[in-house]
Design a protein around this ligand. Structure first.
Ligand SMILES: NC(=O)c1ccc[n+]([C@@H]2O[C@H](COP(=O)([O-])OP(=O)(O)OC[C@H]3O[C@@H](n4cnc5c(N)ncnc54)[C@H](O)[C@@H]3O)[C@@H](O)[C@H]2O)c1
Length: 283
């Protein structure tokens, strides 16, 4: 079955980028979010991002217009009854994702692959809420999606070889590089990245250095494109905390305990770029 129509659920930081790359690659996209304001913001972000590609001469104006024409938005999950493929990109909360996948299982056609952009939550656990665990898989994009090449493709315990092969081919059609990974908390990317970000927050918390110094040392010393605190703001501090909680609980090792300062920032609503304040100000 040819994939032509794609449903993307969650229009936040990741969902709008995912919807954009599918639309740019010729797929009809239905972007769904529970919050109408998120859909408005997402449409604006996609228009701006495609506009930048046009300005830089990387996209023709007519291809931008065609991509935008392939994108529709709405709040109704039932509209996904006609799609051929699904990517879920809602909040990083296992209970909410499990509930959504159970609903998607009854709404979408039985042959449709249901993928999740989760950063850390068990694909096996999400798949178990459906009657098609062989067709559930992790399709983990990176931020900003239109620019980042990697897709970490995560196989749950029941994911079939056929599903994996289709998602690998689909990622390549989007111009991405798929890399296979097994289903353990945080997979590879966040199992390695999040302890580094958490340690940077502990260093700030303990007064080892200022936020600027921590970022500059890691940037120049390790040749990273941005420091860990800047990166945490970019990812979203709530997302970082949710991932650390999954690592801590899932692997049972105290080395993954989230820094109290990170928890305090999230409690304050200081979520990074998306809220206008995190370790840095973005007003
Ligand atoms: N932020 C990153 O850098 C990053 C990178 C890779 C993967 N991820 C993962 O992608 C997913 C989304 O993260 P994000 O950073 O885009 O989050 P976000 O907070 O920016 O956006 C989440 C969106 O989901 C919507 N939503 C929440 N519950 C919903 C529901 N039940 N139905 C429909 N819409 C719902 C919210 O209204 C919001 O617009 C998470 O699983 C996260 O772990 C994030």
């Amino acid at each position: 079955m040819q994939i032509q129509r794609v449903g993307v659920i969650g229009a936040g930081t990741m969902g709008n980028g995912i919807a954009q790359v599918f639309a740019q690659s010729g797929y009809e996209v239905r972007l769904v979010d529970a919050m109408p304001a998120a859909l408005d913001r997402a449409t604006g972000t996609i228009e701006k991002s495609l506009g930048k590609f046009v300005e830089k001469g990387k996209l023709k104006a007519e291809d931008r217009d065609a991509a935008l024409a392939r994108l529709t938005t709405g709040g109704d999950l039932e509209a996904l009854g006609e799609v051929d493929y699904v990517v879920e990109a809602i909040i990083e909360d296992a209970a909410v994702k499990k509930d959504l996948f159970a609903r998607l299982d009854s709404i979408t056609k039985p042959h449709v692959i249901l993928s999740s952009n989760t950063s850390s939550i068990s694909i096996t656990k999400i798949a178990a809420t459906t009657k098609r665990p062989d067709k559930v898989i992790g399709m983990h994009f990176f931020n900003p999606v239109p620019l980042m090449k990697l897709v970490e493709v995560i196989r749950g315990i029941a994911t079939s070889d056929e599903t994996y092969a289709k998602v690998k081919a689909l990622s390549e059609k989007l111009g991405k590089v798929p890399v296979e990974c097994n289903d353990y908390p945080g997979f590879v990317s966040n199992r390695v990245l999040m302890p580094m970000i958490n340690e940077a927050v502990f260093a700030l918390h303990e007064g080892v250095a200022t936020k600027e110094s921590i970022d500059e040392i890691m940037k120049l010393g390790m040749n990273h494109p941005m420091g860990p605190l800047t990166l945490a703001d970019f990812i979203g501090l709530d997302v970082c905390l949710a991932i650390l909680n999954v690592l801590h609980e899932g692997l049972g090792d105290p080395k993954y305990r989230p820094c109290p300062l990170l928890k305090k920032y999230v409690d304050a609503g200081w979520l990074g770029r998306k809220s206008g304040k995190g370790f840095y100000d973005y007003a």
